[in-house]
Ligand binder design. Structure first.
Ligand code: DQA
Length: 138
């Protein structure tokens, strides 16, 4: 199985960024540990701070992967373009948030992308990525 993990804006520096919310493990270290856990899955990771780039990554991933794990960061709350890209492709997308967006500011309750995703995982810290990957197994 081939899975692509897409991280959106400001997620390149988790581990440093607001550690009380996002934890203190760098994504690089965490992604290496995911590779040792899911040895049977071909995992690839990409990070982008750009909305248009995320749209292109989604389209370019169509038919090449069995699933996509998407943390669109702040674009989750604003981006019709990313929502339309998720809708347009046939690869199933599982959305995730590290933090529990429903326990934070009210603007984070609005998610434009969630309803076109296979499912949403939110609030389990960095472990949310592991749960999202597990959701594609079976
Ligand atoms: C986030 C939650 C978003 O509201 C925020 O803008 C992020 C990270 C999360 O993983 O908890 O950048 O997607």
């Amino acid at each position: 199985m081939r899975l692509k993990i897409i991280n959106g804006p400001n997620l390149h520096n988790i581990g440093k960024r607001e550690p009380h919310i996002y934890g203190n493990i760098s994504f690089n270290d965490y992604s290496n540990s995911l590779k040792t856990i899911f040895t049977d899955i071909d995992l690839s990771f990409v990070n982008s701070n750009s909305e248009s780039e995320i749209v292109s990554i989604l389209h370019d991933s169509d038919n090449l992967f069995d699933g996509i794990v998407l943390n669109a960061g702040a674009y989750s709350h604003t981006s019709v373009a990313i929502r339309d890209a998720v809708s347009a492709i046939s690869v199933p997308v599982v959305m995730l948030h590290i933090s529990n967006v429903y326990a934070r500011e009210s603007f984070r309750n609005n998610n434009l992308i969630a309803s076109v995703c296979r499912g949403v995982i939110t609030g389990f810290g960095i472990k949310s990525y592991k749960i999202a990957i597990q959701s594609f197994i079976d």
